[in-house]
Design a protein around this ligand. Sequence first.
Ligand code: HSE
Length: 439
Amino acid sequence: MKTINVGLIGFGTVGSGLAEVLLSQQERLLQRSGLTVRLARVADIMISELPARFADTELTNDAEGMINDPDIDIIVELIGGIQPAKTFVMDAIAAGKHVVTANKALLSQEGKEIFAAAAAKGVEVGFEASVGGGIPVIKSLKEGLVANKILSIMGIMNGTANYILTRMTDEGIAFADVLKDAQELGFAEADPTYDIEGIDTAHKLAILMTMAYGMNITHDEIATEGISQIEPMDIEFAREFGCRIKLLAISRNHDDNVEARVHPTMVPESHLLSSINGAYNAIHFTGDTVGNVLLYGPGAGKLPTGSAVAADVVDIARDIAAGSVGRVPSLSYLPGEIRDIAITPMEKLSCPWYFRISAKDEPGVLAAIAGILSRHGISIESVIQKGRQQSGPVSIVISTHTAQESSVLAALTEIDALEVVSLPTVKIRMLDETASFED
Ligand code: HSE
């Protein structure tokens, strides 16, 4: 019976989750792989001892020593961030070690260099836990959907943002209070800006796009807007339009160019993604042969993410034992097949829109706004104005038919310049019917 020795860097939430999973599932993994997958060593400079149940695991503060130890077969990086994580990953690859990481920031920024180094060295890089926490999304894309041209990717990929929006929607709680709860529950990133400003979602979308389309893309090429500007009244107005606000990652494949965007979106209540609540994630793919596939599950958390990391470890362990390392390319496409594809400029995209305009409540205001929209070819679907203010502004809420982003930006520049308009207009894209599950 062969033993595969794992060296783990970082015993935080996910690292300790991996340790728990490998311990509690050891017998099952033996039954399923014929291998003993052993957490041989943990490198962490923040702790002085491991819990007693990990008596078989050594603790060190020397990550480089572990990386270069010939007895270690797989290095698992779970410290997050770019440095020193990148150095550890690159050093592990250089030492001929297989690598598993959950580090979406690292892969979406430095993935090209990391995967090139791994291919040159003939080692595997597993990153199931980088997207969708415990959901087997990477493996689905790489293996289950291998016989598909992926036509679109759409999903809720950040549990913190979804948790905040869900509680704001269900309980009317203020944004800042819910964020505090999310941090206490342990699924927010160390810097919550990444969660609430859509950056973490863009990291994940970049990884999925690389694998889905076989393209080079870094997260900073993705147009990204977060949820920090969403106010409870937007959530209320969304309800009146029969929608919920969700932070969506959206990508569509137009062959010679691809859409790539992350933004709050009004999702009709009839759409499956509108009912993904709390810290859950859901990722929807359209494949040309399979049709629509929706993967749903815990997008974060100690044991769910530990489960995903363990799956990568076992995949690599099986390949080592079978002498089939590299059987499945890490990014699904062979390294030489990954190419540059243009990203569709946002200005060219079209969708229906929600605008919340803060304007004085006096005769002619709505006519002036409607006139500007009309001149830019934007057709109004409905208008809501509630209440009456003698002095302060009122909210004039407009939903539109499908309109191109460039026209919307030009129209809103004019609207916001009106003397009667007191604050920048809030604009939220509405999910268009071409993105529906009834395609
Ligand atoms: N901060 C992330 C989230 C954790 O809230 O989804 C998993 O990537």
